[in-house]
Design a protein around this ligand. Structure first.
Ligand code: NAP
Length: 499
């Protein structure tokens, strides 16, 4: 069950939001009484409501807004109990002062905005002993292993316990707490109105992460990165999992570089079945891998791990995705005869990072003559030496004509959407233009190439393809690329785009 926090200043807004949520199938709300401006009309908020409600009134020291005295606050909570609130949230330091009354259930809670304490089990037992029907512990995660300690504490608890880690490192616990036995999780009414760090909106919890479908047998996948908040992989993979009816969930794991080793050592405790790997871990994570495919060996980087028992297999789906999306575009937009990359004699790859390396390698392998062009020419030279191609300086990119231009730099990505790595005057209708940037899909380069009459491959084509190949590695079936593409487009249209 998802409990949605309602934090509004006016009674009528609280009531309207609760009605809206109940009509949308939400079975429990938390009314944050500390947000109400002026005198709180407790009876109006708790009598005859459309779904059960928790009465919560947080002090500033617990992350709340309560501006009155402590005596007044406890009076508000007692009144909510008398008025029939389904639950009352009592912080551990006052739980002993507010006695059980009537059918109202007691949530005894503890918050720590700095850290996750070492002795979670001891803390849980202390809270449970305060006549708790439910224990709630919310602490800041500073390390991915804080999440595991929290979830394992929930699993071992004999009194129903909700354990959540705050912050973006802690986000997976919000989705998985129920899998480990929590009676419900918390989400916000709106993504923009966060009540605690790392919270997510109820629609995302319900529709993207399918919280209510996550159970003990649900397999856990995710993307490991730092930062990870901007990643669109969870949206794409979860949509495909839902469409395919697979009992699995895909989560964002923010893991700083110095915590990566421990995260991988502890993989079985989540338990992780597969990971997408992105910046900054694509190369360093290889030290944990037991098996690698040829592409990983050749490129020296992975974007996909599969876990099975003690073995960890690494794949690289970026390279295959680049060539496959290029070929698809040639088939769909090409003239007769030009249906695969072997029809493209030569390609100019802009950039010399991980994406450029994967694309250069894949094209080279298919016999395309590749030139890598980079702002930092030494990086281009390194790729050239590894994959057997040419390297040129950034300023030389217009000197020779190329049949295919690949942008593997972030130029044109949100928010710098008015920039292009390859000026319009140098585009020619015979060119295939492949922009790996997917946010937005229609970059300035893509728009100008389209206007010139070039054939186009977008970053969305590649992103969806690499995710689809990952999906096949993990689940053994082809996902619906249409579903993935639509989920990606919805997310980029509605999300606050990354900077
Ligand atoms: P990366 O390793 O950081 O490499 C970025 C490359 O772009 C570097 O060579 C960098 O040059 C160059 N660059 C950055 N800003 C530039 C500028 N203003 N002008 C010229 N060159 C510039 O990143 P990556 O992992 O390769 O990713 C690069 C881009 O590829 C991403 O931004 C993403 O949009 C795209 N990508 C797409 C997919 C997909 O599935 N569609 C997958 C992976 C990546 P310096 O070395 O001089 O800094």
């Amino acid at each position: 069950m998802i409990c949605v926090g309602i934090a509004r200043g006016r009674h009528r807004h609280v009531i309207a939001e609760q009605k809206f949520l109940a009509e949308n199938g939400i079975g429990l709300v938390e009314l944050r009484l500390d947000f109400i401006q002026g005198k709180i009309q407790v009876k109006r908020l708790f009598r005859d409501r459309p779904c059960p409600a928790i009465a919560t009134c947080r002090r500033v020291s617990d992350g709340g807004h309560w501006a009155g005295t402590e005596e007044e606050r406890q009076l508000v909570l007692r009144t909510a109990i008398v008025e029939g609130a389904a639950y009352v949230d009592l912080e551990d330091d006052i739980a002993g002062q507010v006695r059980r009354y009537g059918p109202t259930k007691r949530i005894v809670s503890h918050h720590d905005f700095q850290k996750t304490p070492a002795d979670l089990a001891v803390l849980q037992r202390r809270l449970a002993d305060m006549d708790a029907d439910i224990v709630k512990i919310a602490t800041m995660a500073n390390h991915p292993s804080d999440n595991l300690r929290m979830l394992e504490m929930v699993q071992a608890a004999t009194v129903p316990t909700i354990g959540i880690c705050m912050g973006d490192i802690g986000m997976p616990t919000r989705v998985l707490t129920g899998r480990f036995g929590a009676p419900f999780t918390y989400a916000t009414f709106h993504e923009d109105r966060l009540l605690a760090p790392g919270q997510i909106g109820w629609r995302q919890m319900r529709d993207v992460y399918r919280y209510d479908a996550v159970g003990k047998a649900t397999k856990v996948y995710g993307v490991v990165a730092d930062p990870v908040g901007h990643s669109l992989s969870p949206v794409v993979h979860n949509a495909a999992l839902a469409a395919a009816g697979i009992d699995a969930v895909y989560l964002p794991f923010r893991v700083p570089a110095e915590q990566l080793d421990e995260f991988i050592w502890e993989a079985a405790r989540w338990p992780l079945a597969g990971l997408s790997v992105t910046i900054p871990h694509k190369e360093s994570i290889l030290r944990h891998v037991t098996t690698r495919d040829d592409l990983v060996n050749a490129i020296g980087a992975t974007n996909t791990l599969s876990f099975s028992g003690d073995s960890i297999t690494a794949h690289n789906t970026d390279a295959a995705a680049a060539v496959e999306s290029l070929e698809k575009a040639l088939r769909e937009q090409g003239e007769a005869g030009l249906v695969d990359v072997t029809g493209v004699n030569n390609a100019l790859v802009l950039g010399a990072g991980g994406a450029a390396r994967a694309v250069a390698f894949a094209l080279r392998k298919r016999g395309v003559e590749v030139t890598v062009c980079s702002r930092t020419v030494e990086r281009a030279r390194r790729i050239a030496a590894e994959v057997g191609c040419k390297a040129i300086d950034w300023t030389a990119r217009y000197k020779l004509p190329h049949a295919c231009i690949v942008n593997a730099t972030p130029v044109g990505m949100h928010p710098l959407v008015n920039e292009t790595p390859f000026e319009k005057e140098h585009l020619r209708p015979y060119m295939v233009v492949f922009d790996t940037v997917y946010n937005p899909e229609n970059t300035l380069l893509v728009k100008e190439a389209r206007a010139t009459g070039c054939r186009i491959v977008t970053g969305v084509d590649m992103f969806v393809r690499q995710a689809a190949i990952q999906f096949r590695h993990w689940h053994g079936v082809e996902p619906s690329e249409q579903v993935m593409r639509e989920a990606l487009k919805r997310a980029t249209a509605s999300a606050k785009l990354p900077t």
